[in-house]
Structure formats: C-alpha cells, structure tokens
Design a protein around this ligand. Structure first.
Ligand SMILES: Cc1ncc(COP(=O)(O)O)c(C=O)c1O
Length: 394
C-alpha cells in the first residue's frame, strides 16, 4: 500500500483491523484457516443481521411488504449498489446468483441449427452446461477456445477467442475472473474484439464485484453478471444482471411471471414470491466494504493472495500458475504430488486437507494436474497460508 493510502485510511477513520484481528466481524469458526472466500464468500455478522431484519419486516405484514414495500425497496437497493459497479440502477436487476443471470441470457438467445456459442476452456462448469443445454435444444454447439495455460497472456486470450469466432457465432461468453485457474481475463479487449466481429458478449463476472475496481458499463459487453455475495460481502443469494440498453429486447428471466411484456425491470423484479432480503441488505454489505477502504482492501487482498501462493509454492517446491499481470485475490498453486486430474480426485484431496488439518481450500483439476486455489480476504493473514504450506512441505 502507498504511504498516501495509509494517510487516507487514518484520516477517514476506516476500519483498520485485518487478519485474525477482524475475524470477530464474521461468523467463521475460530480455529480454521479459511482460504476459500472465492466459492461462496463469507458474510459479515452485521450483513446477516441486516438481512434478518428485512426478513422480520416481511413477516410482520406480508401483503403490505410484497405489494407496497418491496417494489420500491428493491429499486432503492439497486440505486445503492449500481454506482459501486459503474452502472445506472435502471440498467441492472437482481438475480439469485451468477448462474441464474447467465441462464437468463443464454436461454433468451434465439439459436438455429449450426449456430455456435463461443466460450473458453476456463469457463465455469455450470455456465458451460447451460450453454450446452440451449445449444443442444437448437441444434447449435458450444465451441470452447483453448486458452494457453500456464503462461497465459492477455493478448493470447484475445487471439484464442478471435480464432474461435466465425460467421456462425451468435454469442461469446467469457469469465472476468476464471474459476478453475483464477485468471483475470482482459474483458474490455474481448468486448472490443466482439464489437469488431459483430458478435454479442456475455461476461460472467461472478468474482469481480469487490475483488476488482469494476466499471461494468466501461467494459463494453452486452450483458454482465456479477455476484455481490462473493467479494462484496453481500448476504448469500445476491447477484446482479446488467444489460446494455440495446440488449434487452429479447431478454427474459428464466422464470417468466407477472411482469412478462412489461419490460426489463418489471420482468426481473417480480419472478414469483421469494426472499429478497439478500438484495435489500446490500447497503449493509456496501457499508462494511467501504469501512475497509475499497482501494486499500482490493490492493491488500491481491498482494496477500500472491504472497500466500508464494509461501505455499516454495514449501511444496511447485509453481504459482497465476501470472502477476492477470491476478486478482485468488491464485493457483500446483500440488506437490501426482494425483489423477479428475474432479473426484481433486475433491478427495480437498476433503483430506479439511478433515485432517481444518484448512479449507479448493482443489482444482485443470490441465492434467491438480492445484489449490488460494483466496485472500480481509480476515486472512500470512499464517493461514503457512498452515496450508506445512501440510505437504517438502
Ligand atoms: C466464473 C463463475 N461463474 C459463476 C459462478 C457461480 O456462482 P453462483 O453459484 O453464485 O451462481 C462461479 C462460482 O464460483 C464462478 O466462479
């Protein structure tokens, strides 16, 4: 962190605790090393309390809540969140999770036989499945660009996607931060490519809100989905689907309900009776995030993920596979022993690490090897990575 950054923190009286010292702001068990913020986030106590308060309010008079309070409260929550993401509130809707937002876009496509959806081999499994499903139903296909890995560079990513697009391509879908490999992809450059090639782009930014300095509108995509319930500390079940004004005509939620035909906001804001408290409590998540100093927090987490990965890789005699120029607050380190590069084998290693050592870290099978993907969030400190490093130290 720059000296200037520290001055700003002191002057504005921001929360300065971190590592073990801030663990009491979360519900996490005391004795564990939690190195997987990436999968499901970890909700601060004050954010769950705010969501609980909304739930209680709903129960005091459900009809009043759903018919009179909720519509305005939902839009107020969008208005609080949107500027944080570089977008206008009327251009975003809440969805339960990134998978659901990506499904809405994919299932709204009008594909024909022979058409293609272009993705990458680093895409998130659930979204790949959704793309395969809509493609199969139309006689179309998912084509996956193979990104060079390891040794990935932003230019090579753009070139690989360019090579996969042809006259049959109806959509490109890429992750902003890849799940199996923790790479931050050059989404603005990919968007520029897609515009040149005349193909719409869906960015799956599940990890980006809170991890990166995010300006969704500036990316230049057609649709963008993100999960405030990961790195922005929102209560679980809080995701965002942004659609550019030109990309809404045919866009519908996966659940079509009363709002059908009423336009983007009407269709997505009501998809049936549901618990919207994770959306409504988003201001509590934003307050918590702000209290940590957003720029300082992001820089700290990115630096700690890199440092943590170095600690682990040097103890194991293996490599950090996340190149510094494409890294966020997660990093991939190869395991120091041979194990089948299958999902089942990877799961078995994760289970062993957790049950024998109380260290939670995801194990990813990718590129013929298994790797751990370490995360860094405000409650982590170097000791957490040393604890993981010791398990297989050489
Ligand atoms: C790139 C990517 N997309 C989508 C998801 C799914 O998020 P959710 O379970 O909130 O739908 C994840 C989860 O880690 C992810 O990494």
């Amino acid at each position: 962190m720059s000296d200037n950054g520290i001055d700003n923190v002191i002057e504005s009286g921001l929360e300065q605790r971190e590592g073990n010292a801030i663990r009491d702001a979360f519900w996490l068990d005391d004795d564990i090393a939690y190195l997987n913020h990436g999968s499901y986030g970890a909700v601060p106590r004050r954010v769950s309390t705010a969501a609980d308060a909304w739930r209680m309010r709903m129960e005091r008079q459900p009809v009043l809540f759903f018919q009179e309070t909720l519509p305005g409260a939902l839009r107020d929550a969008a208005a609080a969140l949107a500027p944080f993401l570089g977008i206008a509130a009327d251009d975003m809707v809440f969805v339960e999770n990134a998978t659901s937002g990506a499904n809405a876009v994919l299932r709204s496509l009008r594909l024909g036989p022979g058409d293609t959806i272009v993705g990458t081999d680093h895409g998130y499994g659930a979204v790949r499945n959704a793309a395969r499903h809509v493609a199969a139903a139309a006689g179309a296909a998912l084509v996956e660009a193979k990104l060079p890995f390891p040794g990935t560079t932003p230019d090579a990513v753009v070139r690989a996607i360019d090579a996969a697009i042809d006259g049959r391509t109806r959509l490109v879908v890429v992750d902003h931060v890849t799940s199996p490999t923790a790479l931050v992809l050059p989404v603005a450059e990919i968007a520029a490519l897609c515009r040149r090639r005349g193909v719409p782009l869906l960015v799956d930014g599940a990890h980006a809100p809170g991890m990166l300095d995010l300006d969704i509108a500036a990316v230049g995509a057609d649709w963008y989905v993100g999960n405030p319930h990961k790195w922005l500390f929102a209560a679980r079940g809080c995701a965002v689907l942004w659609a550019s004004p030109d990309a809404r005509g045919d866009l519908h939620p996966t659940v079509v309900s009363h709002g059908y035909g009423g336009g983007y906001l009407a269709e997505f804001d009501w998809t049936g009776t549901r618990d919207c408290s994770p959306y409504l409590a988003v201001d509590a998540a934003l307050d918590f995030y702000r209290s940590l100093g957003p720029a300082r927090l992001r820089a700290r987490n990115i630096a700690l993920a890199a440092e943590g990965a170095r600690i682990v890789a040097s103890a194991w005699g293996t490599e950090v596979l996340t190149p510094p120029g494409m890294a966020g607050s997660m990093a991939l380190v190869t395991l120091p022993f041979d194990v089948d590069a299958t999902r089942e084998a990877a799961r078995a290693v994760r289970t062993r690490i957790w049950h024998e050592h109380r260290v939670e870290v995801p194990v990813m099978a990718f590129g013929g090897r298994c790797h751990v993907r370490v995360s860094a969030q405000i409650y982590n400190e170097p000791a957490d990575y040393r604890r993981l490093a010791r398990i297989f130290a050489r």
